[in-house]
Design a protein around this ligand. Structure first.
Ligand code: 13P
Length: 251
């Protein structure tokens, strides 16, 4: 089955309001009317509304990098997925490795986030991936199995609103990329786990993106792997000169 290539830029804690708006316009212009690939950007919360306005009229998807696992309440400093939805956000990232490892988010918290985000009618991009120590201990598949269990809270009829991003932690921001073969192996395992949790048809339909030092120079080879359906790009998504060629590598 052919899945539409999906390219996403995770802007992390970068850019100013002006630069984020300009980059959004650049991505929208580069994407044009292209219907053969899905493109999403994930700006910082405070830039979401500016980016939304600059994406208007384009088919670029607006994403948020995180949300809290509750609808509303006394949670100072947190953002509800319902607020994101109200702001025009379409998809929210859950479980990015920086959330897991820098901010110590637990599997329980992430499960709550997945559940409430879908209830708020946001799509979910669940990020998974092993650390270097876990890979060296041959624990990659065990880690993926544990992290992918968050999808068990997803009702089968909502499976089509979920995307998985495999990002080996050791490849994020390090310049070190998984070889296409390593990435393919992990993606195939993620797809097998999706089939176990839902069914084979959902597994075949669900996009699985690769992330970790994706650049113009390695994107095409990664994207040519049978189970790699797209890329979640950090550093190289921060300028259209870098991100544009990655988008084009999907063609
Ligand atoms: P880099 O592309 O900068 O390695 O970041 C990857 C990432 O974490 C995307 O979510």
């Amino acid at each position: 089955m052919s899945r539409t290539p999906y390219l996403a830029g995770n802007w992390k804690m970068h850019l100013t309001k002006r630069k984020a708006s300009a980059l959004a316009r650049g991505v929208a212009a580069h994407q044009g009317e292209n219907g053969n690939r899905k493109v999403a950007v994930f700006p910082a919360f405070v830039h979401l509304d500016h980016v939304r306005r600059n994406l208007k009229g384009s088919n670029v998807i607006l994403g948020a990098q995180n949300c809290y696992g509750k609808k509303e309440g006394a949670f100072t400093g947190e953002i509800s997925p319902y607020m994101l939805r109200d702001m025009g956000v379409q998809v929210v990232m859950v479980g990015h490795s920086e959330r897991r490892h820098v901010f110590g988010e637990s599997e329980d918290m992430l499960r709550e986030k997945v559940k409430i985000a879908l209830r708020a009618k946001l799509d979910v991009m669940l990020c998974v991936g092993e650390t270097l120590a876990e890979r060296e201990a041959n624990d990659t598949f065990r880690v993926l199995a544990r992290q992918m269990r968050a999808l068990k809270v997803v009702k089968p009829e909502h499976a089509s609103r979920v995307t998985v991003a495999y990002e080996p932690v050791w490849a994020i921001g390090t310049g070190e990329t998984a070889t296409p073969e390593m990435a393919q192996e992990a993606h195939a395992e993620c797809r097998r786990l999706i089939a176990e949790i839902f069914d084979e048809a959902s597994a075949q339909a669900m996009p699985i993106l690769y992330g970790g030092s994706v650049k113009a120079g390695n994107a095409a080879e990664l994207l040519s792997q049978p189970d790699i359906d797209g890329a979640l790009v950090g550093g190289a998504s921060l300028s259209i000169d870098d991100f544009g060629p990655i988008l084009d590598a999907a063609n």
